[in-house]
Design a protein around this ligand. Structure first.
Ligand code: FPP
Length: 246
């Protein structure tokens, strides 16, 4: 924790327990420096470490980050291959660190389209951190909210067709059990960096009542201090979940 960060202003009982982040702006950050887009992604990966490490002090028990969307395959072959290589190296390199920091790692998204090596590393990271009880880090990789709901509906339909679930029992409690996020609470706060005010198919079902923060900072410039400031702002909000308070 760098000196001077005012974490006292964050009340663990009112601060967000689950924060989800759309890490945007790596490309523009690199362009501003006359460097290739992947340079920005590498800088972005370094920020992930800093933000994950800041979670315990900030009372953030769950952190979910959007690393690669089902739409990101439309980028150039060079960028996609570079990102996949970055993910492989990142997971391989960080696994021991996660264990040391008591971080439990999970992945959400559609895995079959990812290469075998990456999938193997993802399985390994999940297995190695299964016993960790600190921050729950969920990395969304080849993830899309609509894709997730579609895959969930296919599994649910199979259970109905094979008699394990009655159509009348499909409700707001049973459906989320089929989502990739079934073991996670819903996010309280969704942050998007880089000045874009869109949710881009991220956690569509889960964010129904989340608060949103859209900030101009590009992801590689997003520091733990900026994160702390955003969380302070969250504590001051009055979340009513559709109800009226006096
Ligand atoms: C969006 O910026 C960012 C991505 C599509 C990739 C996110 C990946 C990282 C932050 C890298 C590391 C993550 C992990 C988990 C190792 P953009 O490329 O759309 O930026 P732009 O909008 O400025 O072009």
């Amino acid at each position: 924790m760098p000196e001077g960060r005012d974490i006292d202003a964050i009340d663990a009982s009112t601060g967000p327990r689950h924060v989800a982040i759309i890490m945007d702006g790596n490309g523009r950050w690199a362009k501003a420096r006359g460097r290739p887009r992947l340079f920005g992604h590498h800088a972005g990966a370094r920020r992930v470490r800093e933000i994950v490490s800041s979670c315990p002090d900030l009372g953030v028990k769950y952190l979910t980050i959007f690393a690669f969307s089902t739409e990101n395959w439309r980028r150039t072959q060079t960028e996609v291959a570079g990102l996949m290589s970055l993910f492989r190296r990142y997971i391989f390199k960080e696994m021991q660190e996660f264990v040391k920091e008591n971080v439990r790692v999970r992945f959400i998204g559609d895995r079959p389209r990812l290469d075998d090596k990456l999938r193997g590393l993802m399985d390994e990271a999940e297995a190695m951190t299964r016993h960790c009880t600190g921050t729950n880090l969920t990395i969304a990789l080849n993830y899309g909210g609509r894709d997730e709901v579609t895959r969930a509906t296919q599994r649910l339909a199979l259970d109905v067709a094979e008699g394990r679930l009655l159509p009348g029992d499909v409700n707001e409690e049973t459906l989320p059990k089929y989502l990739d996020t079934c073991v996670l609470p819903d996010p309280d706060l969704v942050i998007r960096t880089s000045g874009e005010a869109r949710i881009s198919n991220f956690l569509l079902w889960q964010s129904a009542y989340a608060e949103y923060e859209f900030i101009d900072t590009l992801w590689p410039d997003f520091t733990a201090d900026i994160f702390t400031e955003l969380l302070k702002g969250y504590g001051a909000r009055d979340r009513r979940f559709g109800a009226v308070t006096a």
